[in-house]
Design a protein around this ligand. Structure first.
Ligand code: GDP
Ligand code: K
Ligand code: MG
Length: 276
């Protein structure tokens, strides 16, 4: 019963939106084990609970506090993710977006701070961006509430037709083979979770501590999986790639994000940062 969740980079307007979209609190406290505030509210349209997740730049946490959101995705079963993206920092924000799309649950992108983007002279082709990411994008100005009605409408539609995510990155033959091998090992242990074997395999290849510690596999399965990771790293290195698996996977994502932004963002009228 975890309903929908707001997830995104820090300072993108998640809490502003949470306050606009909810009418009362269901729970306010801390996430277990950390001093990060946990807020769950009731959506104004009475369609269920909404969780305000702590801001992160990536699902791969650099601290325990940052692990909260990834642990939430593993242990809870959110029916809908509302990814709040800062339109004025699109390229940086899309790294998390890509990881959320890979998670496989319905995602709606709340493209917030469009007022800031506009003031900076950035023009975002929302249709093109939406087509590249295969997901719905709602422009927002959380500070004034502009777009929040459209967001609520889109949220209720998403709940009615739980579409599956179409977005998928091809990471190259070496990684794709490893994803298949790991998926084969872990699938049976994921049946009671909302998790896609492909997503879990990627988190394992990236050595995501929040995901690894939230899942438990039998010792022999874990040993075989870690052996696959080791072999994959060796194959990548032998193939002339000096990067770690984690860096390599990150670089593939960054390259794709860069291409997506090149085609969807027009910088030609962009003003220098110091003027805004
Ligand atoms: P969070 O860290 O993602 O929860 O972001 P907050 O909701 O705390 O917002 C961070 C700051 O951005 C606050 O000062 C908000 O008033 C401001 N803010 C939020 N949304 C918008 C927006 O659409 N436009 C502008 N200009 N400011 C916004
Ligand atoms: K904040
Ligand atoms: Mg906040």
């Amino acid at each position: 019963m975890s309903g929908a969740a707001l997830i995104g980079n820090p300072n993108t307007g998640k809490t502003s939106l949470f306050n606009t979209l909810t009418s009362s609190y269901e729970y306010v406290g801390n996430w277990s084990g950390v001093t990060v505030e946990k807020k769950v509210g009731h959506l104004k349209d009475k369609s269920g609970p909404l969780t305000d997740l702590p801001g992160i730049y990536s699902l791969h946490p650099l601290s325990r506090d940052e692990g909260v959101a990834a642990e939430y995705l593993v242990t809870e079963s959110p029916s809908l993710l509302i990814n709040i993206v800062d339109a004025s920092q699109l390229e940086r924000n899309l790294y998390l977006t890509i990881q959320l799309l890979e998670y496989g649950k319905p995602v709606i992108i709340g493209l917030n701070m469009v007022d800031v983007a506009k003031a900076r002279g950035l023009s975002i082709d929302i249709e093109r961006l939406s087509a590249s990411l295969h997901t719905e994008i709602i422009p927002l100005v959380a500070r004034t509430g502009s777009g929040t009605k459209d967001l609520l409408l889109s949220m209720s539609k998403a709940k009615d037709n739980a579409q599956t995510q179409q977005f998928e990155i091809h990471y190259g033959d070496i990684i794709e083979e490893a994803i298949l091998l790991i998926s084969r090992e872990v699938t049976t242990y994921l049946t009671s979770t909302p998790l896609l074997p492909r997503w879990v395999a990627l988190q394992i290849l990236e050595n995501n501590p929040a995901v690894m510690s939230s899942l438990s596999f039998p010792a022999d399965v874990l040993a075989r999986v870690l052996k696959i990771v080791e072999n994959t790293q060796a194959r990548l290195t032998n193939d002339g790639n000096p990067a770690s698996l984690q860096e390599y996977i990150r670089s593939v994502r960054l390259e794709i994000i860069h291409e997506i932004c090149k085609s969807a963002v027009d910088h030609s009228n962009q003003k220098p940062h110091s003027l805004t």
